[in-house]
Write a protein that binds this ligand. Structure first.
Ligand code: OFO
Length: 169
């Protein structure tokens, strides 16, 4: 059984994950326009992964015989003009998502809702990975992005990563 507060928090996370998907689609669109299909592909796959995250929360609410509350999406409508900005935004956004997951976990623990704390464990691990990937991408772009050959190779690497693992690593 989920408390009213928990249903609301989990539903809000459905919204947050869809906003993540939208933000990463904006990044993919920008990288496509810059002629960097590898970065674009990484962001498209990341966007799809965020929709999967949203649906995991959706399913969890329904498996507990409750209904999802729907909120208005507030997606960022950034117009990018530099290669580093989408990657910086990704770091900031993943930090935000980590904070959201931690806050839901705290409420679940306070309510002794151990089913939900257990459910959230996967997301806590996932956020570690999401943050690591976001920082690794930024570091690599800073190291190699100013050199055309380096950027070309990095774009190729970005294009292959999801292809192999479908996990962005
Ligand atoms: Fe859903 O992990 Fe990123 O936002």
């Amino acid at each position: 059984m989920l408390s009213k507060k928990m249903i609301s928090l989990l539903s809000e996370q459905v919204k947050n994950e869809f906003e993540s998907a939208y933000l990463y689609l904006i990044a993919a669109d920008y990288f496509h326009s810059e002629g960097l299909p590898g970065f674009a592909s990484w962001y498209i796959n990341h966007s799809k992964e965020e929709v999967e995250h949203a649906m995991i929360f959706y399913d969890y609410i329904h498996r507990n015989n409750e209904r999802v509350q729907f909120f208005n999406l507030e997606p960022t409508r950034t117009i990018y003009s530099s290669l580093t900005k989408p990657l910086e935004d990704t770091i900031v956004h993943e930090d935000f998502i980590t904070t959201c997951i931690n806050q839901i976990y705290e409420v679940a623990a306070k309510e002794k809702d151990y089913r939900t704390t257990n459910f959230l464990t996967w997301f806590i691990t996932e956020q570690q990975e999401e943050e690591e990937n976001a920082h690794a991408n930024m570091n690599k772009l800073n190291l190699f992005g100013n050199n055309p050959a380096g950027l070309y190779l990095l774009d190729k690497e970005m294009g292959n990563r999801y292809g192999k693992h479908n996990k962005g690593e």
